[in-house]
Design a protein around this ligand. Structure first.
Ligand code: PMP
Length: 466
């Protein structure tokens, strides 16, 4: 059946959908943090269907809720009332601070960010949007303008020039990596101060050359860059600024302390609104807080939610203020599937599971344990350039050596990654050169799973060094 499926893939499935591993996995079952293939092999899933299976594969509570609703009513479209959308909107917003109380349900993160941009423009009557380098905000033609991770840029976009996007009105703030750089530029080194090394010391995808910094003292320079972007690219007016609290696809890249806070202030002074893309960081994943924006001490004007919101069920949301939401009210703004009874029931069950299973607290405890254990590998192996992140949103960056911080060549990273898979651990990849291992498991994993992960990574790294 495997060869037959490969043949179908070649003929009937888009070539843009690339699979992980030399021999892609053929999976048939999932249970909580575990996946099983057809040969009965069990894998610890540290990537959760790309940060989506938040509470666990086939979580019993969510599964039962979905099954019950499947037998009752799947779909109405929003021209009729059904209780589930009301219950869900009330429940979801109870997790968000004032004034973020109005929900619009969509089907994907891209669609949510499309709508957030649209609202920012309608509300402010301005046009320009700023996103950060290294950001990923979606794959729709509109959000591709916000996304700057190069692999996702199609040549039609590149044809406009190296750092431009499909939309001429999206400007890039000073963050992350450039998708048009020819050679890896070494920008970041180990910080000399004692703070910041463990979790958040480096930003190796940084756009700037010759900067040596960490979260402890990088902020001034970046805020100055951000001001520059505002002053030069968006001189008069701005509609909005969008950022992930931690850059996900870019490999758990974090900002200097207070960067977002100051950026929000600058944007608001110029009449723009601030959008927090919580597609990866939301729903307790960062551990200390339920939402990523809370870890920065800011309250956005719009938040966008997807992935973990439905534990794998296709659903997403935009939550904003009453005032901003009213900008849509002049017209019908409609999508067919958003807010279906099925999605709303699943979404509510996910929120219940997070609370009942204590998953935010677990993210904090197990995530911190994971970071500390991985840091031991960083200290032991020259090729582990950085371990960073927060809660269960972790990046392990692979480098040739800690001094140059060149990305480890692809074949070498691939071998370590394949070996981990063969030993039963599935890890994600990210960063400008795909040089960062991304660890973002279902939030139900435990310390034993961490020990297993570290043991497997240690073995794979040891083999690499031989
Ligand atoms: N925002 C972020 C931060 C994401 O990571 C992603 C998906 N990787 C999206 C938006 C887009 O979500 P979707 O794939 O559901 O359109």
């Amino acid at each position: 059946p495997y060869e037959h499926m490969q043949k179908i893939r070649e003929q009937n499935i888009s070539p843009s959908l690339r699979m992980y591993y030399k021999k892609p996995l053929l999976l048939h079952q999932g249970h909580m943090q575990w996946l099983f293939d057809y040969e009965g092999r069990r894998y610890l899933d540290l990537f959760a269907g790309i940060v989506t299976v938040s509470v666990g594969h086939c979580h019993p509570k969510v599964t039962v809720a979905a099954q019950k609703q499947l037998a009752r009513l799947w779909h109405t479209t929003n021209i009729y009332m059904h209780p589930s959308i009301h219950e869900y909107a009330e429940k979801l917003t109870s997790f968000l601070p004032d004034p973020l109380k109005v929900v619009y349900l969509t089907n994907s993160g891209s669609e949510a960010n499309d709508l957030a941009m649209f609202m920012a423009r309608l509300y402010t009557r301005n046009f320009d949007i700023i996103s950060l380098r290294g950001a990923y905000h979606g794959g729709s033609p509109y959000t591709l303008g916000l996304t700057s991770v190069g692999l996702y840029k199609h040549s039609v976009a590149n044809g406009f020039g190296c750092s431009t996007t499909m939309l001429p009105d999206v400007f890039r703030g000073p963050w992350g990596g450039s998708h048009c750089r020819d050679s890896p530029v070494q920008t970041v080194r180990k910080c000399s101060c004692s703070e910041g090394w463990l979790f958040t010391n480096t930003f190796s995808n940084l756009q700037l050359t010759d900067c040596i910094m960490c979260v402890c003292h990088a902020n001034d320079q970046y805020i100055e860059q951000f001001k520059d972007t505002l002053n030069t690219s968006v001189p008069k007016t701005i509609a909005g600024f969008i950022a992930e609290p931690i850059q996900g696809v870019n490999g758990a890249v974090q900002y200097p302390r207070n960067f977002l806070k100051e950026a929000y202030q600058l944007v608001r002074e110029r009449g723009g609104i601030c959008i927090s893309d919580e597609v990866q960081t939301g729903f307790g994943r960062t551990g200390s807080h339920f939402w990523g924006f809370e870890t920065h001490g800011v309250v956005p004007d719009i938040v966008t939610l997807a992935k973990g919101i439905g534990n794998g069920f296709p659903m997403a949301a935009v939550v904003t203020t009453k005032d901003i939401a009213s900008s849509l009210a002049q017209n019908l703004h409609f999508n067919t599937f958003g807010g279906s009874p099925l999605a709303c029931v699943v979404g509510a069950a996910v929120l219940d599971a997070i609370e009942e299973d204590g998953l935010q607290k677990n993210s904090e405890e197990v995530g911190t344990y994971m970071l500390l254990e991985l840091a031991k590998l960083r200290d032991k192996f020259e090729v582990v350039g950085d371990v960073r992140g927060k809660g269960l949103m972790i990046g392990v960056e692979m480098v040739t050596d800690k001094d140059s911080r060149h990305p480890l060549p692809g074949e070498e990273i691939n071998q370590i990654w394949e070996d981990c898979k063969d030993m039963g651990v599935l890890i994600g990849r990210g960063g400008l050169y795909s040089q960062t291992f991304r660890i973002k498991p279902p939030m139900c994993i435990n310390k034993k799973d961490v020990d297993f992960t570290v043991e497997v990574l240690n073995t794979a790294l040891q083999k690499h060094m031989e």
